[in-house]
Design a binder for this molecule. Structure first.
Ligand SMILES: *Cc1c(COP(=O)(O)O)cnc(C)c1O
Length: 482
């Protein structure tokens, strides 16, 4: 398998899975994709139905990573996808399934269910990919005798998923910036209570955007970046996307009895990483009817799938909502889908994303390409704070099930796209405890708290407060990597 950039760089060059694992963007600013999607045969699909999660992950990942020996990859997936790691389940009995399917009921003739993706250590779906990434990074670095210092900024979900994935890993340190005293008590405790010596929580005296600006400033100092071996784990990382392909297969098998059936998925979306994995599963041959993209008030993606216009938002037009992990101004993985939509023409992708940088967007309405969105199964919808609150209340009353705000956005939009006889699987991307305020508003009660998290707010915390100053952060990193 060879990897190419969506903007055309490296055509004719060899890039293996391991080559692109630790990097970010391709050198021309594009995103990496395989030169073609591996296809799944009917025989394979039949055989995979019975596999436990870790072995299904092995079968799927090996199609994308032929430079990792099978026995190593099998060991990595078996170590990653265990009932001990994904233990925060609704129902004890289901822990071995890693991503249990929770059936709600039948609405408009469509069986409706939740695919639980948030049973990992940080209670959000990002653990599904990040835990694998931690093991893959450690494995690849050890092989080449290298080390890596991960620098990131977080307002919550991604940073804690990265820390829990990298804690205790050999050859890896994590420097995670977060806004001092701006996160919820639960989120702060989740991150700052980690005592591992390779995890550094840096509380910046500023807001989240300041943290992000510092990461950009440090990354733009190329000499420092190279010398300190600075890397990132952001959502464009290819291994993260491909790890997410696995649960679309797992969800399909759980919701159907035979491989003749088709299902639809609804995906609460922000940076388009999760639903991009669904698109890839479909391209591989998984019988997917519809991929429903659900957004919140930040409806960049819904606008595109309704109109063909992609218009990124300014920060003044980006809303802080009660489903904050979907509060995006542009969707960083979207370029991967656009590449496929345009028949994999890198010159046109380059032109369109230049237009994004120069004019703030592009319009495919008039071109024939937009009509092809349907061939790829995509539809969309948006949800608001009131919709979230209503949906959380309704699902609790009707199905005795508590869902988080992001999953509520998904369910609200899923209900607008039900087709009789086609199972609809809504991806559950986080647990309610992470967004307690809205749960209390909707249900007038406390969110459910998995046993492992009782009293984490009282644990001792390990963090360093630094001024809003990139030079100070560089000093801090350099002192700890000597
Ligand atoms: C990250 C995140 C999303 C959005 O996923 P994308 O891959 O960015 O589209 C949705 N819900 C939750 C809870 C998240 O943490």
């Amino acid at each position: 398998m060879n990897y190419i950039s969506t903007r055309g760089a490296g055509i004719g060059e060899r890039h293996t899975f391991s080559d692109i694992l630790l990097g970010g963007l391709a050198k021309d600013g594009g995103l990496y994709l395989p030169n073609e999607y591996p296809k799944v045969s009917a025989d394979e699909l039949a055989r995979w139905r019975a596999l436990p999660y870790a072995d299904l992950a092995f079968e799927i990942l090996r199609k994308f990573s032929d430079d990792i020996p099978d026995e190593d990859l099998r060991e990595l997936t078996r170590r990653t996808y265990t009932a001990q790691v994904y233990c925060n389940v609704r129902d004890e009995e289901n822990a071995a399934q890693i991503t249990p399917l929770k059936t709600l009921g039948v609405e408009n003739g469509a069986p409706l269910s939740l695919l639980e993706l948030s049973n990992g250590p940080t209670l959000a779906f990002k653990d599904m990919a990040m835990q694998l990434l931690g093991n893959l990074f450690e494995y690849t670095l050890a092989k080449h005798g290298e080390t890596l210092n991960i620098l990131g900024a977080t307002s919550g979900d991604t940073g804690s998923a990265a820390e829990y994935a990298m804690r205790g890993k050999k050859g890896i340190r994590v420097f995670m910036l977060s806004p001092h005293k701006k996160m919820s008590a639960f989120q702060t405790a989740q991150m700052y209570s980690l005592q591992d010596p390779n995890i550094f929580n840096i509380a910046i005296e500023g807001v989240f955007d300041d943290c992000q600006d510092i990461v950009k400033a440090v990354s733009n100092d190329h000499a420092f970046k190279a010398q300190q071996k600075i890397g990132t784990v952001n959502s464009i990382n290819w291994a993260r996307v491909v790890a997410q392909v696995v649960y679309y297969f797992k969800g399909y098998f759980a919701a159907t009895k035979s491989n003749d059936e088709r299902v639809s998925f609804t995906v609460p979306s922000g940076n388009f990483g999760n639903v991009c994995a669904g698109h890839i599963a479909r391209m591989m041959g998984l019988p997917v009817e519809k991929l429903v993209v659900a957004t919140n008030e930040n409806d960049v993606l819904d606008e595109f799938f309704r109109t063909g216009i992609y218009r990124v938002r300014k920060s003044s037009e980006t809303y802080h909502t009660s489903s904050p992990s979907m509060d995006i101004s542009k969707a960083s993985n979207f370029e991967r889908f656009v590449f496929d939509l345009l028949g994999r023409d890198p010159r046109r992708v380059l032109q369109l994303f230049r237009d994004v940088e120069e004019k703030g967007g592009f319009d495919l309405q008039a071109s024939g390409d937009f009509a092809r969105v349907q061939e790829f199964g995509f539809v969309s919808g948006r949800s608001s704070h009131d919709d979230r609150v209503d949906t959380i209340r309704d699902v609790f009353q009707q199905y005795d099930t508590m869902i988080d705000t992001h999953t509520a956005d998904g369910l609200k939009v899923a209900r607008e796209h039900l087709q009789a006889g086609v199972p609809m699987i809504v991806l559950e991307t986080a647990q309610p405890i992470k967004f307690g305020e809205t749960i209390r508003e909707a249900l007038e009660r406390e969110p459910e708290r998995p046993a492992a998290f009782s009293g984490i707010e009282d644990l001792p915390q390990r963090f360093e407060v630094l001024a809003n100053d990139a030079e100070r952060v560089k000093e801090f990193v350099a002192e700890r990597t000597r």
